[in-house]
Design a binder for this molecule. Structure first.
Ligand code: GLU
Length: 294
């Protein structure tokens, strides 16, 4: 079990604890407003988490803007706000647990090496595609212990991957989660192959940090967009491997533009700041997002 940090107040048995977990890599748009309001509407307690592990893309000004926009929308959340960049020790403890049972291996591959290997195998009748694209072809899986040590000693950068096959041997019964929309859902984490749990540029990954944080923050209902539903397959496996509780899930629909396209951070006219500057009121924006009350 991971060490529980005392600063988060865990849910009373009947309380629903939700969270909104944006990455401060740009301004929030109407889709984020929907997601945040959705979390608030479905929970008794709302937590806020800054998913800022990507040092190159995250900026303090976007973090400030997130606070400003959510306040303006009329949302209230509990303190402390968890900033992932301040909790690398928690992720490292989780990696230590997985490594301790031999489920991780270092991967020195560059994107180019992986692409070349995949292209070479492209004549295979069923290319191995996962939710994030072609699966890692396992190049570094069978490096000898000596070679791993030597390459690390040479200062080669490496990621840590989960040996998915081996991880699945630890699981004795089928994994499920309860989705408020989709009902009982069977987890099939193998669709991701040997997923990266610590990146070359930062000693964690989205999958690992989210799973550890939801547990440490006592989240009982994970609400997020349907685009992230595939990730829940990996998160469910990680919960099991790390001995963490399984929250319930509610993957919600995604807002689209008039042209039917998913909203993205680049749609400048639909950022909450732009809407505010154009004279919209919080009420009007909540209506545009389709959720009336804060
Ligand atoms: N940080 C993710 C995002 O901004 C959300 C992660 C999650 O809710 O699990 O899309």
């Amino acid at each position: 079990m991971l060490i529980e940090t005392p600063c988060y107040c865990h849910a009373m048995s009947d309380e629903t604890v939700t969270r909104f977990a944006p990455s401060p890599t740009g301004l929030l748009h109407l889709g984020h407003a929907f997601s945040a309001l959705f979390a608030a509407r479905n929970g008794d307690r709302l937590l806020l988490r800054m998913e800022d592990i990507d040092g190159g893309r995250c900026r303090a000004e976007f973090e400030d803007a997130i606070h400003e926009d959510l306040n303006w929308l009329g949302l209230e959340w509990e303190q402390p706000v968890r900033r992932q960049s301040e909790h690398m020790d928690d992720y490292s403890a989780a990696l230590g647990q997985l490594d301790g049972i031999g489920l991780l291996y270092p991967c020195f591959c560059t994107r180019k090496e992986i692409a070349t290997e995949i292209a070479a195998a492209a004549h295979a009748p069923h290319p191995n595609d996962g939710p994030d694209g072609p699966l890692y072809p396992g190049i570094c899986q069978n490096l000898s212990a000596d070679e791993r040590t030597q390459r690390k000693d040479n200062g080669e950068a490496f990621a840590l991957r989960l040996n998915m096959k081996k991880a699945l041997t630890q699981i004795t019964a089928p994994l499920h989660w309860h989705d408020r929309e989709a009902g009982k859902t069977t987890a099939t984490p193998e669709i991701f192959g040997d997923v990266v749990l610590a990146r070359k540029d930062t000693p964690t990954s989205y999958h690992l940090a989210v799973t550890v944080d939801d547990a440490l923050q006592g989240v009982t209902l994970v609400t997020r967009g349907l685009d992230l539903m595939p990730s829940s397959h990996v998160h469910r496996l990680l919960q099991e491997l790390l001995g963490l509780p399984t929250p319930k899930y509610h993957h919600h629909r995604l807002l689209t533009s008039d042209a039917g396209q998913r909203l993205a951070k680049r749609d400048k006219s639909l950022t909450l700041r732009a809407l505010r500057q154009a004279g919209k009121s919080p009420d009007e924006v909540r209506k545009m997002a389709g959720i009336d009350s804060p």
